[in-house]
Design a protein around this ligand. Sequence first.
Ligand SMILES: *Cc1c(COP(=O)(O)O)cnc(C)c1O
Length: 212
Amino acid sequence: MGIADNLKAIQKNIPKEITLVAVSKTKTNADILEVYNSGQRIFGENKVQELVEKSALLPEDISWHMIGHLQTNKVKFIAPFIALIHGVDSLKLLKEIDKRAGQNKRIIDCLLQVHIAQENSKFGFAIDEIQEVIKDAEQFKNIKITGLMAMATFTNNKMQISAEFQSLKNVFQEVKNNQITILSIGMSGDYQIAIEKGSNMVRIGSAIFGSR
Ligand SMILES: *Cc1c(COP(=O)(O)O)cnc(C)c1O
């Protein structure tokens, strides 16, 4: 199966109302174009430099999502064009995104990353901080918090992944409103569980592009 077939298979597996982010990190522009030519317009990258380079060369109607950990000093490079920043995990970062969005006369959509995994290595706010962060973020006029994002523990234990996603679903139910509508969970290995737990935005890489 080629990349375009993989994409079709994934599209068949996820309901229409769920947004698919094709995670193209480490993949070539030719691979990305193949997926683009099958109709996909939203692509996710996790490194700023790679994102900037690809966005300069690939079609302008691609909607680029930053899905990885974002360093404050790199926000300025993506602020002119980024469609959605998934992994916002500190007020300091929100403040910087607000500043750079303002300089570009934009309002940048952001998801707050929530720490749900049992691994210290995963970034994000604690579940019980989220309400307060959403309140604090109201001071930033060039930012729109549009949802929550998380990653489950890297494990084959489906019960554990399911429990972690459930904990996020619970807090999402509490905070969602007219503006906070996106729940970004689910990758190649766990998107079906994520959808069961209310995901409406999945980030899928290897199941489309092949292993990295
Ligand atoms: C790489 C990555 C993905 C996609 O992972 P796959 O297992 O290849 O689908 C999703 N989200 C984030 C944050 C990633 O870094």
